[in-house]
Design a protein around this ligand. Structure first.
Ligand code: SIN
Ligand code: FE2
Length: 215
C-alpha cells in the first residue's frame, strides 16, 4: 500500500466543472506561504482599495494588482491599466513564483504555454461578495483565467454563458485553484458573501488572485 500510494498527495485532486473548467484542489497549498509573503510586499507598494463601479457603487471587495497590467474600474468604466491610478506608478512586478504557479495550473487544466501579464488581487473581508459577471476585458479570449484562493473559504458561483443560466455553488478553500477557458471562457461567475472567521496564515479575510493574459 505504501508503495502504491507513493507520490500521491491526498491533499490534491481535480474536479471538472465543464469542458474547459477544472478545480485543482490544494494545487497552491505548497506555495501559499510564499505567495502570501509576496502579496504583503505588493500591497505595501500598491495598497488594497475599494474601487467604484461605472454605475457609481463602491465594490465590497478591495483590490490591488501586479504585473504589466492591472484591472481597474471607475466612473469611466472597466479596463486594464499599466499604471496604478492611485500612485501613477507601474504596478508591482509579477513575482516569478506567481507566473510559474499560474502557468503550471493552466497546463494541468489543458492550457499549455499560459503566460499571464496581469494579476488581480482581491481581498474579501467578511461580508464582501462579488456579483455574477463575465471576465471579458481581456484581448485574447483563447487564454484561460487562473484563479487562486487563499485564506477563508467561500462559495464560488459558476453559471453559464447567459446571466439567467443555472448556477452551481462550488466551495473553495485555501490552496484551491480554478482554471476556466476555451468553451467556458465567458461563463458567468461570482462569489457569495464571505463568512466571518480567522485563517491561520491569512487572518480574517479571503484572498483571491486571478491571472490573465490582458493584452
Ligand atoms: C473574480 O471573478 O475576479 C474573482 C473570483 C474569486 O474571487 O474567486
Ligand atoms: Fe471574474
Amino acid at each position: 500500500m505504501g508503495d502504491l500510494l507513493a507520490g500521491i498527495d491526498s491533499r490534491q485532486w481535480t474536479e471538472r466543472l465543464g469542458p474547459g473548467t477544472v478545480v485543482l484542489r490544494g494545487f497552491a497549498l505548497a506555495a501559499a506561504g510564499e505567495m502570501y509573503a509576496e502579496i504583503e510586499r505588493i500591497v505595501a507598494q500598491a495598497p488594497f482599495r475599494q474601487m467604484q463601479t461605472p454605475g457609481g457603487f463602491r465594490m465590497s471587495v478591495a483590490m490591488s494588482n501586479c504585473g504589466d497590467y492591472g484591472w481597474v474600474t471607475d466612473a469611466s468604466g472597466y479596463r486594464y491599466a499599466a499604471e496604478d491610478p492611485e500612485s501613477g506608478r507601474p504596478w508591482p512586478v509579477l513575482p516569478a513564483a506567481f507566473r510559474e504557479l499560474a502557468s503550471r495550473a493552466a497546463g494541468a487544466a489543458g492550457f499549455p504555454d499560459f503566460a499571464p501579464d496581469a494579476c488581480l488581487i482581491n481581498r474579501y473581508a467578511p461580508g464582501a461578495r462579488m456579483s455574477l459577471h463575465q471576465d471579458r476585458d481581456e484581448r485574447d479570449l483563447s487564454q484561460p483565467i487562473v484563479s487562486v484562493s487563499l485564506g477563508l473559504p467561500a462559495v464560488f458561483l459558476f453559471g453559464g454563458g447567459k446571466r439567467s443560466d443555472p448556477v452551481s455553488r462550488v466551495p473553495l478553500t485555501h490552496g484551491d485553484v480554478v482554471v476556466w477557458g476555451g468553451a467556458d471562457r465567458l461563463r458567468y461567475h461570482g462569489v457569495l458573501a464571505v463568512k466571518d472567521g480567522a485563517h491561520p496564515l491569512v487572518g480574517a479575510c479571503r484572498l483571491n488572485l486571478t491571472f490573465r493574459k490582458a493584452r
